[in-house]
Ligand binder design. Structure first.
Ligand SMILES: Cc1cc2nc3c(=O)[nH]c(=O)nc-3n(C[C@H](O)[C@H](O)[C@H](O)COP(=O)(O)O)c2cc1C
Length: 370
């Protein structure tokens, strides 16, 4: 079954029209003006005419989003948790919490620690399992305008494929995002995301199991992400998302012991943005499928930076914990920025920082490899 954003239902109880159709004012003329009330963004003037739509599965019949601002997996629950403070219907899409075949209670506490410029988390994929997600949340998602992409994780190729099969054709599920930063039990604990043949194999297996639009999420914890991205694209992914968290640890100041119950955690937030920019920049030059950037987005300038290195959309993650209304505000700000620049769509912002000759290192731009 092929899903599109457009095929979603009549809108959540609190949802309003998606950005492009909800924005007020005439289609032409006038300066853009934005007012924010409790996280709700109303755009008037020229920004109202800006086309923010984006297709994340153009060769599959489409996963068309009303705008390119998504919320990242693990930072927005199932889309209902922030319902009182965020106009969920204004988001481009929601990537829900990581979903596994069976329920998981997650890692031992403590599971979160603040770092300069970010946070470390070791939640460990706490979730009720795919069947509960389909039963509890999908019927609600089916009534929303905003597409929900289900983020999935597993420890074997067979389990990934089984989760995808159980999501296939479920009303309310608009796509799948593969979190492949999980140990591959069949290969001695190796992560799927750090090995091109494992990444390609899991993508191909999920591709066979479902017709849903398929996004695969890249890990930054590799020496060279490009062969992995190529393998995933060749195996039939519709889009790539980049990046997942960087592996890290923290030490408890008073006990001089590892702070997190799991010892290892994932670093996210502004601290990881330069890494995410580099990954998107590199991957854009070796694959043709759309790239959705993630990593440290806290303001419009971050969105524009990711578009410049070739992303067509962005996800907002850690910043949501401090400011849940940020993603919706960014939708209006992006439309305004395009209107101010005299653009009818946000697309002219895409790819401006890429080298003229893709993949050819210039005298100015030799890669840094420690
Ligand atoms: C608390 C927390 C939980 C997360 N859970 C998931 C998850 O279940 N699946 C996944 O693919 N990524 C997960 N992530 C990673 C984010 O989706 C995102 O890739 C990462 O945080 C970088 O973006 P940011 O800097 O904007 O947060 C999680 C991140 C955080 C902070």
């Amino acid at each position: 079954m092929v899903s599109t954003g457009a095929r979603q239902g009549a809108g959540a109880p609190r949802a309003v029209e998606p950005a492009r159709t909800a924005i007020h004012g005439g289609p032409t003329g006038g300066s853009a003006r934005e007012s924010v009330t409790g996280g709700i963004v109303a755009i008037s003037g020229a920004a109202a005419a800006v086309d923010l739509t984006v297709d994340l599965a153009p060769t599959r019949g489409g996963l068309v989003l009303a705008n390119p601002i998504l919320v990242a997996s693990g930072t927005f629950g199932y889309g209902i948790e922030y319902g009182d403070v965020v106009e969920v219907g204004r988001l481009g899409a929601i990537c829900c919490k990581g979903t596994t075949l069976r329920p998981r209670i997650g890692n031992p506490t403590p599971r979160v620690s603040e770092t300069p410029g970010g946070m470390l988390n070791s939640i460990g994929l706490q979730n009720p399992g795919v069947d509960a997600v389909v039963e509890r949340y999908a019927p609600l998602w089916a009534t929303w305008r905003t597409p929900v992409i289900v983020n999935i994780a597993a420890e074997s190729v067979a389990d990934y494929a089984e989760i995808a099969r159980r999501l296939d054709g479920v009303p309310g599920v608009a796509g799948i995002e593969l979190n492949i930063s999980c140990p591959n039990v069949g290969r001695g604990g190796l992560q799927f995301a750090i090995d091109e043949s494992a990444a390609g194999a899991v993508t191909a297996a999920v591709r066979r199991a479902t017709d849903l639009p398929l996004l695969v999420k890249l890990s930054p914890n590799v020496a060279d992400v490009r062969p992995i991205a190529r393998a995933i694209a060749a195996a039939g992914a519709d889009a790539l998302t980049a990046i997942n968290t960087l592996s890290g640890i923290a030490v408890s100041a008073d006990r001089r012991r590892p702070l997190l119950g799991n010892v290892f955690g994932g670093l996210s937030g502004p601290a990881v943005k330069p890494v995410a920019l580099r990954v998107v920049y590199e991957v854009r030059q070796v694959v043709d499928i759309p790239i959705v950037a993630i990593g440290g987005v806290t303001e419009l300038a971050d969105v524009l930076d990711f578009l410049a290195v070739g992303a067509v959309a962005v996800q907002v993650g850690t910043a949501i914990f401090a400011d849940p209304a940020l993603p919706v505000r960014l939708v209006g700000q992006l439309a305004e920025a395009a209107a101010r620049a005299g653009h009818a769509s946000y697309r002219p912002f895409i790819g401006t920082a890429l080298p003229a000759k893709p993949g050819v290192p210039s005298a100015k731009g030799v890669e840094y490899r420690p």
